[in-house]
Design a binder for this molecule. Structure first.
Ligand code: SF4
Length: 372
């Protein structure tokens, strides 16, 4: 895609575009006045970074999550705001043609392209357990990393090794950071990660020409700086000591806290409870499944789903303000619970909600491509 007009032609409306820029700005913790700067950077064809996307030991779920999002504009925007030069499961070319395209992009954009890695990297026996075009994943990663300005391991497999690295780890699978030591690496873990976390990271780079602040695991703080538990809509139930006892029983149906069913939310740093999936309408805990801690290296596939994480205060604080109870004092009104949960959201949530509230009515047509 060469200019912003092509974006409109691909079916993305200006309203979708502005909503996405607002959501990204809110996630990044930027003031409202910065939305126009993010939008301007996204529309700048010259500023669109070249991206090379490699696949190793993985299920392609991270790419699928991006492409199958319920609102097609998210995938369109992500793919149109970057110059995706190589992606094994999306590109039309194959064989030597595909390899040439990879080589050409690495040469033409040396020192400037962003390398995205999806999947773990097997290291045992010189990495022979994953090969593409006759080269091991280990070789391909090292070669592509040389000319990259930064690397984004997308998903938990590329970030930490993922399911392949669970004991006995027969292929010696690891994450990118275990191999590449001399490049900036921004981990976007999750199984799958939210597409907005990837889009926001890329747009932050495009807008500010620098990488976002990272935590000790290499994750952008804007997306992984707080625990899921802090903004969960079931949190009032947790604080009031109301826990689901079994899947499908009344305590589960009433939306009680899932901690005793193994929810890892109190130990998991991610923004799922605020950003959510499927265009912001759903997320696992919201529909009744405990968080499995997929953004944490020591939780996903390494702690049984039913096992509880250790937390300091599993019962209500003595000083906690009373919740308006109904049903003979045994439970909170689910509506009240939901409202309280939403009210607990920080400015990021408020900004995302604001973006969602923009009307969905189709554009009249004449505002396409105009910049306000
Ligand atoms: S469901 Fe999980 S994340 Fe939500 S309040 Fe309970 S323990 Fe915390």
């Amino acid at each position: 895609m060469k200019n912003i007009d092509d974006l409109w032609k691909s079916g993305v409306t200006r309203r979708d575009f502005v909503k996405t820029c607002m959501t990204v700005s809110a996630m990044l913790g930027l003031p409202f006045s910065m939305v126009s700067k993010v939008a301007a950077a996204a529309q700048n064809a010259d500023g669109r970074p070249a991206v090379i996307w490699l696949h190793f030991q993985e299920c392609t779920g991270c790419s699928e999550s991006l492409l199958r999002s319920s609102h097609p504009s998210v995938a369109s925007l992500i793919l149109d705001m970057i110059s995706l030069d190589y992606h094994e499961t999306l590109m039309a070319g194959s064989g030597h043609q595909a390899e040439k395209s990879l080589h050409d992009s690495m040469t033409a954009n040396k020192g400037k392209y962003i390398l995205v890695v999806e999947g773990g990297i097997p290291t045992k026996d010189n990495g022979i357990y994953c090969k593409v075009a006759g080269k091991t994943a280990l070789e391909s990663l090292r070669t592509a990393a040389e000319g990259a300005v930064a690397i984004i391991p997308i998903g938990t497999c590329a970030s930490y090794g993922g399911i392949q690295s669970v004991g006995p780890n027969p292929t010696g699978a690891v994450g990118v950071r275990d191999i590449i030591k001399d490049k900036p690496i921004i981990n976007i873990p999750g199984c799958p990660p939210n597409p907005y976390n990837f889009l926001s990271t890329v747009l932050y780079y495009v807008t500010f020409k620098k990488l976002p602040e990272l935590d000790q695991l290499g994750r952008p703080k804007f997306a992984y700086g707080r625990r899921i538990h802090e903004h969960c809509e079931r949190r009032p139930h947790f604080d009031a000591g109301r826990f689901s006892k079994a899947f499908g029983d009344p305590t589960h149906a009433e939306g009680y806290c899932l901690y005793k069913l193994g929810c890892k939310g109190p130990a998991t740093y991610a923004n799922c409870s605020v950003t959510r999936f499927n265009d912001g309408v759903a997320w696992p805990v919201g529909i009744g499944h405990p968080c499995i801690g997929c953004t944490e290296p020591d939780l996903l596939f390494k702690t049984a789903i039913a096992d509880k994480v250790q937390i300091h205060e599993p019962t209500p604080f003595d000083s906690y303000a009373p919740v308006d109870l109904k049903d003979k004092g045994k439970g909170a009104d689910p509506l009240t619970t939901g409202v309280i949960g939403l009210a607990a959201g920080a400015a990021i949530g408020a900004g995302i909600m604001l973006a969602k509230k923009l009307p969905d009515a189709p554009d009249k047509g004449d505002d396409h491509g105009k910049t306000e």
